[in-house]
Design a binder for this molecule. Structure first.
Ligand code: LLP
Length: 409
């Protein structure tokens, strides 16, 4: 079945009514075919170089998604011991996992190193500790802050001078001093510019900064350019031109490798690019309010399930699955949480009636993983549709799940 919205957007491989009847609402549904397609697109975009994908699994840590990634040759980037553990449970070997912490207690770094993961060191104090603790016995990468501002909005830019992430490239002398003092084996340089970066330009700029910095590190095997490719959120939206970016980066990387004197690996850590478009959050309209100021559609969900619109002003396209050919009307689509949780302002949708099934698009990345139990609400179930099979990959939460950590029942 295929549902279309003005012939521009469609939900393929998924029958929303069937799923919500069977598994309830609200419901997260992921399409494995889309994930496979996005992975292939990336794998084919970098001709003639040794490129590796490390999925930034903070975007979606469902074990079935991690297993799917593993099956199709994608490795993992994690930011916490919890994500590392999930990667291991999903069948990754620790050597396929990179730990990219952000100011974490050093004990977490020890846990990751003990497990066998490779670490992106993100501060001078951590580099000192790493050197004191491991000397030259454990290799690591260094996360460089290139001081480049790029990304969809200020909250998701991570490489500008004021960002908390990484070690400023301006501190190169200090980095080299610590590395020398402890003879630390630096096998890679890493950076992550931000999220929702459309143009090739920022990627090329940070690549040049990393390639230049790399000349000071003789034992490199890896250059990691992070994630951040922009995906499509609305009809006609411009996205990162992966073929163009791939060609340009590959060209420069080959030149860099020949100057460096060795073939290195180029790593990327996309999250959104691989999973955003695969996901749908299916909800039902609960109440339609025709207020003198504007029309409101309330749904049986809110910032507790999909916080991106409220946190970043992100656009999520909405389809009225029940009434796709209805008369266009303009609404504010809002949640049921006792906060202002507006999913969409002045959004024109085919007329919505109470009970209609709506689908939020681009819900595969940073949807479920950023969800909460605010207002003592339970999280939705998750379904993965892959290779002609629809599987419940997480059951709906119950009130018992919320109560089980309370000690005074
Ligand atoms: N690598 C590192 C070190 C990161 O911090 C991130 C994302 C990524 C890779 C993947 O970035 P992506 O390809 O997904 O853009 N919650 C926000 C996005 C924050 C991303 C945080 N770091 C959102 O929903 O837009």
């Amino acid at each position: 079945m295929q549902l279309s919205d003005q012939n521009t957007y469609s939900i393929q491989n998924i029958d929303p009514h069937h799923f919500t009847e069977k598994f309830g609402s609200p419901l997260y549904v992921y399409d494995g075919a889309t994930i496979r397609r996005k992975v292939q697109e990336l794998q084919h975009a970098f001709p003639g170089i040794n490129m590796k994908i490390k999925y930034a699994c903070k975007a979606n840590t469902n074990l079935s998604i991690l297993r799917l990634m593993r099956e199709i040759g994608v490795e993992l980037d994690v930011v916490s011991p919890g994500e590392l553990e999930m990667g291991l449970i999903a069948g990754y070997s620790a050597s396929q996992i990179t730990f990219t912490p952000s100011g974490v207690p050093f004990e977490e770094v020890r846990e990751a190193v003990d497990a066998g993961a490779i670490v992106n060191v993100d501060s001078i104090p951590l580099l000192e500790w790493f050197g004191q603790t491991y000397g030259n016995t454990k290799p690591c990468l260094i996360r460089i802050k290139p001081n480049v501002a790029a990304g969809g909005n200020a909250k998701i830019m991570t490489a500008h001078a004021d960002s908390k992430f990484g070690i400023s490239v301006l501190l190169l002398d200090q980095i080299l001093e610590v590395v020398k003092k402890y003879d630390i084996k630096i096998i890679g340089l890493h950076q992550h510019t931000g999220s929702d970066i459309k143009d090739a330009e920022p990627f090329l700029k940070v690549a040049d900064i990393l390639f230049e910095t790399a000349k000071h590190f003789p034992d490199l095997e890896i250059v990691d350019l992070g994630g951040g490719f922009k995906v499509s959120y609305l009809p006609g939206d411009q996205i990162t031109d992966m073929d163009l970016l791939g060609r340009k980066i590959s060209e420069r990387f080959k030149k860099f490798c020949s100057e460096y004197g060795r073939e290195l690996q180029l790593w990327f850590e996309p999250g959104k690019f691989l999973v955003s478009e695969s996901g749908y959050l299916l909800v039902n309209a609960t109440v339609v309010k025709e207020d003198p100021a504007r029309n409101f559609v309330h749904v049986n969900s809110g910032l507790n399930h999909l916080i991106r619109p409220m946190m970043y002003g992100s656009y999520h396209h909405i389809l009225n699955v029940s009434n796709p050919a209805g008369e266009p009307k303009t609404y504010n689509v809002v949640g049921y949480i006792c906060e202002t949780d507006t999913f969409a302002t002045d959004r024109t949708l085919p007329e919505v009636k109470a009970g209609d099934l709506l689908a939020f698009l681009n819900a595969g990345a940073y949807g479920f993983t950023m969800s909460s139990n605010y207002n003592a609400r339970q999280r939705p179930a998750e379904i993965l549709v892959d290779q002609a099979e629809a599987k419940l990959i997480r059951r709906r939460e119950t009130l018992e799940d919320l109560l089980k950590t309370q000690t005074d029942l």
